[in-house]
Design a protein around this ligand. Structure first.
Ligand code: BJW
Ligand code: ZN
Length: 245
């Protein structure tokens, strides 16, 4: 199917980065200091205790700085680079590992066809909560013990990570492009997501409603499993390199 599909949309979640050492949100090892993501990844949590939220993000930034893409990211990058324009990668992850795999696999070619649509933003950027100015941050410099609140050099308002929290709107252009890709696809490959968080979780439904097939790669069953044409149970870092032609 991967060889014969005309258009492929790939939806990835935290599970694709688990084998790189990036913790998932839900399930074993998904908690940070016994907080659930729903308690930290919200504008209300940031308003209540920005230092705590920054501590969590600095911990995750320092982790991501030490991680590298795994064979699953590399296989998806190869799939997207093999025929530019055929495959669209949509990721809920903010870790930037798909980008890094794309650059590595592209070598002298253009890596852009393997760059994902990052519907939940990127952890390596800061955004001003006042004037919305966006800036790159140095991941390797993040100190997990620091709970200070960085401020905007332009307007002095608190900075926040440039990610999408619960209750916040996704960038309309990004989620629009993701839905357009899902509509055009005859195959939706869903990798390492619990498929619980919307609107991303509805992308496979869009492909299915248009007559396309959904194939899932996950360690466990998800709400999507009963509707998947095929469910491949196992670690994406081993399965993807085996199925990508
Ligand atoms: C492996 C593996 C291995 C492990 N190999 N597999 C419709 C219905 C119900 C609710 C809603 C709805 N529409 C909107 C909502 C509300 C809400 C929502 O979805 N709530 C649900 C929880 C019920 N959605 C929102 O609020 C969204 N905003 C929105 O809709 O706005 C509307 C609006 C419009 C106009 C104005 C204002 C508002 C925003 C959602 C933002 C989610 N943000 C987070 C944090 C991002 C930043 C950060 O990273 O810090 O995104 S939460 C967190 O969950 C993160 C993830 O991207 C997201 C999904 O998690 P994911 O990737 O699936 O990870 P896990 O841990 O859940 O699963 C890992 C999976 O991998 C598991 O299945 C494992 O088995 C598997 N696995 N190792 C293969 N090696
Ligand atoms: Zn500002």
């Amino acid at each position: 199917m991967l060889r014969d599909a005309e258009r492929i949309v790939v939806l990835t979640g935290a599970g694709v980065s688990a084998e790189s050492g990036v913790p998932t949100f839900r399930g074993d090892g998904g908690l940070w200091k016994s907080y659930r993501p729903e308690e930290l990844a919200t504008p209300e949590a940031f308003a209540r205790d920005p230092g705590l939220v920054w501590e969590w993000y600095r911990w995750r930034r320092s982790l991501v700085a030490r991680c590298a893409p795994n064979p699953g990211h590399h296989a998806l990058a190869r799939l997207a680079l093999a025929q530019p324009g055929r495959t669209t990668i949509v990721t809920q992850n903010v870790d930037g590992l798909h980008h890094r795999a794309a650059r590595a696999e592209a070598r002298e070619r253009d890596p852009k066809p393997a760059f994902p649509i990052e519907v939940h933003g990127a952890i390596h950027r800061d955004r001003c909560s006042g004037c919305s100015h966006v800036e790159d941050a140095d991941l390797a410099a993040a100190d997990p013990a620091d709970s200070g609140i960085p401020r905007c050099a332009r307007c002095g308002s608190p900075l926040r990570p440039d990610v999408v929290w619960f209750g916040e709107a996704l960038d309309p252009a990004m989620i629009g492009a993701a839905f357009a890709a899902a509509e055009e696809a005859d195959l939706c490959l869903v990798v390492g997501t619990s498929a619980l968080v919307y609107p991303a979780a509805s992308l496979p439904d869009v492909t299915r409603a248009r007559g396309g097939r959904v194939v899932e790669v996950n360690l466990d069953s998800t709400p999507l499993t009963p509707y998947a044409w095929k469910s491949l149970k196992g670690p994406s870092g081993s399965i993807l390199p085996r199925i990508v032609p």
